[in-house]
Design a binder for this molecule. Structure first.
Ligand code: ATP
Ligand code: MG
Length: 391
């Protein structure tokens, strides 16, 4: 029955002169997410994007298109020649399916007439099509304009006619690639993938840096983070991931600094290293999954002390979110099941028994004087491994 998928976009419609840049990028990103399908044409028409289904499964196409940031909603639809009687028949067919397969009992019709030569106005069209549906299904179906079980959307256009009944929500946001690039500090936990996803949703391309303590942490724990990056890549197209071994630095801290400062000192190294890689890779911001008060290293004092080593913006979209909200988002985007696989993390390797909760910047800076910070950072980056992760 369906032969096209309609993708609607919201915010980018109001971007003035930039609009074409955004639209073209959106089309490119949709095409990229559909590259495994054959014979697909993706095109723009009157502020909407259309995808010809051809021989593909429309439900699979919808799943893919929904993941493209910038898409507000998606509908499977039928495109016909500009013939009003055919349009009515198609509307009836869709209403019949809703009644028979979903047990719908109430409906309304919403019409659009972009072909001004057409004899009926939009309200007249809705009335006429509604009447036609009732004359065929009147024993099972009633009109309810306020809270219908489904809506039949009918459109008479110059070149063709379109009808559909379902509208599936996308995530909105802006197309990836329209707002620069940022580097996420990606752990194997629940929060940082969600943080990356939230920033990516605003059109920001993502690279990731992961810190491990191999061989104290396993090869598997690195793989787990790559799996997380792969889920993110379903939304972002691709994610370049850098893996950095933090163990030499942790050993150095362990030998030279107070044990309770291990976590905060490691976090400062992570931020410095992430910033350095970010600058080399044209990323103009960092992203972390920090959330106020979640653990000792996330008090305001600790956040200030970790933040003090960087001079580019650090985005922390989870900062004010409750864990339950982060978890439900993680489930929705598909990272949760991977995040909860138990694997050791580099932070747990030298975990202090009583980490400082309210660190003083001067004291932490004092401790770092015992370390050769610059060469530790350079060495870590020299030994880093980088890989492009695709969905
Ligand atoms: P997450 O669930 O993201 O692991 P968390 O609640 O465990 O976060 P922390 O361990 O304090 O919190 O880490 C705070 C942030 O620091 C993480 O969200 C992440 O951005 C970054 N981070 C922590 N460990 C690593 C790591 N091994 N590699 C890269 N980034 C890390
Ligand atoms: Mg963690």
């Amino acid at each position: 029955m369906y032969n096209i998928v309609i993708a609607r976009y919201g915010e980018i419609g109001v971007k003035g002169k930039n609009r074409y840049v955004f639209e073209n990028r959106l089309i490119k990103n949709i095409k990229n997410n559909l590259k495994e399908f054959t014979k697909l044409r993706v095109y723009k028409d009157q502020a909407r994007i259309y995808i010809d289904i051809e021989d593909n499964d429309y439900e699979e196409i919808i799943q893919q298109v929904k993941k493209v940031f910038g898409v507000v909603s998606v509908s499977p639809a039928t495109k016909l020649e500009a013939d009003y009687d055919l349009l009515k028949k198609s509307c009836l067919e869709m209403a019949t399916e809703k009644v028979e397969f979903e047990g719908a009992k109430t409906f309304k019709v919403e019409s659009k007439r972009t072909d001004k030569r057409f004899k009926l106005t939009s309200p007249q069209m809705s009335q006429d099509i509604g009447g036609y549906i009732l004359s065929n299904l009147g024993d099972k179906l009633k009109v309810d304009v306020n809270n219908p079980d489904f809506v039949v959307y009918a459109e008479m256009r110059e070149e063709n006619a379109i009808c559909y009944v379902d509208k599936f929500q996308g995530y909105g946001g802006l197309p990836i690639g329209t707002n620069g690039k940022a580097m996420v500090l990606l752990s194997g936990g629940i929060d940082s993938p969600v943080a990356a996803w939230l920033v990516a949703k605003r059109g920001v391309e993502i690279e990731a840096v992961h810190f491990h303590s191999y061989p104290f942490t396993s090869e598997r724990s690195k793989e787990k983070v790559k799996d997380l990056a792969r889920v993110l890549a379903r939304y972002c197209g691709k994610v370049t991931m850098h893996s950095v071994n933090l163990l030499p630095i942790q050993k150095n801290i362990n030998q030279n600094c107070p044990q309770e400062e291990m976590t905060i000192l490691s976090r400062r190294f992570m931020m410095r290293i992430a910033q350095k890689i970010a600058k080399e890779r044209n990323c103009t911001a960092l992203i972390t999954g920090e959330s106020i008060g979640q653990v000792a290293s996330q008090t305001l004092e600790s956040l200030n002390v970790t933040n003090a080593v960087v001079d580019i913006p650090v985005f922390r979209p989870c900062i004010a979110m409750d864990k339950t909200d982060i978890v439900s988002l993680a489930k929705d985007i598909g990272t949760f099941e991977i995040s909860i696989i138990p694997e050791e993390d580099c932070c747990t390797v030298f975990l202090p028994k009583n980490p400082v909760i309210r660190p003083k910047l001067e004291k932490i800076v004092g401790s770092e004087l015992k370390l050769d910070v610059e060469s530790l950072i350079n060495e870590a980056i020299e030994n880093m491994e980088s890989e492009r992760i695709e969905p």
